[in-house]
Design a protein. Structure first.
Length: 188
């Protein structure tokens, strides 16, 4: 049974990564830091010199993954052209510290987050994470989810302005109610 679940999760991850790349590639340039990269399915398709970091080591990473504590990014100031955080910021225990660190190490920050702007979408996101989180061994904090306006307020608080925004339909196969917000941010 565990082998079947593993195969389902791996297939779902590949489909999700392909959809993510289509959405994100136009906004990623140069050397990129992929924060919360999990298994590196996205990282492996980025520009040479790009690096993936996560708080946990995935069982079968597609590319090398650097571990970090979820708050302090172990790289120098403005070391990356782009910092990507794709559907991972809501997992951070300290979102303020992580946003500040992403701003510090990157010239541009690209964030894709789950859409919880309506009750149905919020319930869908929470249900998906309650099911999928334990299967993937990923922590789940229901308080980590924010509305699009709450994300904007967090980014503004840290001196980041939204230079591009778009809401996208879901990228998770088999979960039609899941939508996402894409924020492209630059320091003010």
């Amino acid at each position: 049974m565990a082998a079947l679940v593993s195969k389902i999760v791996q297939r779902s991850d590949r489909i999700r990564a392909k959809r993510l790349l289509e959405l994100l590639k136009p906004h990623l340039s140069g050397r990129t830091l992929d924060v919360g990269c999990w298994n590196g399915d996205i990282t492996q398709h980025l520009e040479p010199g790009s690096i993936g970091i996560d708080v946990a080591m995935p069982p079968k990473p597609a590319t090398p993954v650097t571990l970090f504590d979820g708050k302090n990014i172990p790289f120098g100031d403005r070391e990356f052209d782009t910092v990507l955080c794709s559907t991972a910021l809501h997992h951070a225990e300290d979102q303020d510290s992580l946003v500040e660190e992403m701003k510090r190490v990157g010239k541009r920050v690209v964030i894709l987050e789950d859409d919880v702007d309506g009750l149905l979408h919020r319930l869908s996101v929470i249900w998906l994470h309650k099911i999928g989180g334990p299967m993937a061994g990923i922590p789940f904090y229901s308080a980590g989810f924010r509305s699009s306006q709450e994300w904007r307020e967090l980014f503004s608080k840290h001196g980041l302005k939204v230079v591009f925004y778009r809401r996208y339909p879901g990228i998770q196969s088999g979960w039609p109610l899941l939508r996402h917000h894409l924020f492209v941010l630059e320091p003010t």
